[in-house]
Design a protein around this ligand. Structure first.
Ligand code: TYM
Length: 343
């Protein structure tokens, strides 16, 4: 069986979205909706692996949905929904918890980073987080997963889980082995203050990131103050190796202008950051401020966002439920095979 191409991805409602989320994820989603059946959700089950204020969580979820719409996703084409509203994710995750091996999860670097020195005080959910991610993807038999570079290891685990399920239950090709879509200069946007650290929602310094809702002045100021080095820009992207801040800024420019780094460098080779930074600020402001403005517009009508999310949840469940029914029959749960034969 060859699987119908289907795209799935998600973003956690755990803080303000930034340029890294936009380039690594949102922009790719928008490009893919023209050609693919897309399932894009707000990963609220993943968000609660660390404490989230209950009074804020629903609004944080609406904010991600507003960012999806503001970036250009069309709810008539792409299915947009909150993860917790489709119970299949959690149910399939349990089955996958029994397929995945402890040794596989022990290798996950993101758990090590997020749990830090206090592993024993982390939630169990944070540890099994990548298993839920595999369930998110395979609940829809998704074949392609657009994400930033930081999700690569989780995607490899999803493939391992799919493969082991197919082997254990003697159902070759039951699940596709999902392909990550990571490539491009926006796959790993780094902090503006430290070219060796990822741009992140959780960085305590707001100067380290460009938020989707920053004003033109804030964006220009952050770029002006961004860390750089004293060398002029080279004409060859390979010469950016060992210059993490310069490499990051050129990568951002290229990703937003739709060029490769080599193409972007043609215009700036030999020039210093005094010339490059204003050009970069212009490109970032032109791309991001309309998204921020649209986001504010969508957020002023939460009832409309709720309509989009509940309609999306219904459509998502209609796809995921029959697949879960097949999984239950494969596992051999009581009543599952009978239920399958009725449908
Ligand atoms: P999250 O919410 O941390 O990030 C959302 C998306 O943004 C990408 N991203 C970046 N890309 C480039 N540069 C950066 N600095 C940067 N920071 C974040 C992330 O790679 C991601 O694509 N586990 C996921 C959410 C998730 C998911 C899934 C994704 C849950 N289930 C199933 C795909 C499929 C996460 O925490 O993303």
């Amino acid at each position: 069986m060859t699987h119908t191409p289907r795209v799935l991805s998600g973003v956690q409602p755990s803080g303000a979205l930034h340029l890294g989320n936009y380039l690594g994820a949102l922009k790719k989603f928008v490009d893919l909706q023209a050609t693919h059946d897309c399932f894009l959700f707000v990963a609220d089950l993943h968000a609660i692996t660390v404490w989230q204020e209950p009074a804020r969580l629903a609004d944080q979820t609406r904010e991600i949905a507003a960012a999806y719409l503001a970036a250009g996703l069309d709810p008539a084409r792409a299915t947009l929904f909150p993860q917790s509203a489709v119970r299949t994710h959690a149910e399939l995750a349990w089955v996958f918890n029994c397929v995945a091996r402890l040794g596989w999860l022990d290798r996950m670097t993101q758990f090590k980073e997020k749990s830090g020195k206090h592993k024993e005080r982390s939630s169990v959910g944070l540890y099994t987080y990548p298993v839920l991610q595999a369930a998110d993807i395979l609940a829809y038999r998704a074949t392609h997963v657009p994400v930033g570079e930081d999700q690569k290891q989780h995607l490899e685990l999803s493939r391992d889980i799919a493969q082991k399920f197919n082997t254990d239950f003697e159902a070759p090709d039951f699940f596709p082995l999902p392909e990550p879509l990571i490539q491009g200069p926006g796959a790993r946007v780094m902090s503006l203050r430290d070219g060796s650290a990822k741009m992140s929602k959780s960085d305590p310094s707001d100067q380290s990131r460009i938020n989707l809702t920053d004003t033109a002045d804030e964006i220009a100021g952050k770029i002006r103050r961004a860390k750089t080095d004293a060398e002029p820009l080279p004409d060859d992207p390979d010469a950016l190796t060992g210059r993490p801040e310069a490499n990051n800024l050129v990568g951002i420019y290229a990703a937003l202008s739709g060029e490769t780094k080599a193409e972007a460098l043609v215009r700036f080779a030999g020039q210093g950051f005094g010339a490059f930074k204003p050009a970069l600020a212009e490109v970032v402001v032109a791309a991001m401020t309309p998204v921020g403005e649209a986001m504010r517009r969508y957020l002023s009508d939460p009832a409309e966002i709720d309509r989009v999310l509940s309609d999306g949840a219904e459509r998502a469940a209609a796809v995921a439920e029959p697949i879960l029914a097949e999984v239950k029959a494969k596992v051999g749960f009581w009543g599952a095979a009978a239920k399958m034969s009725q449908t």
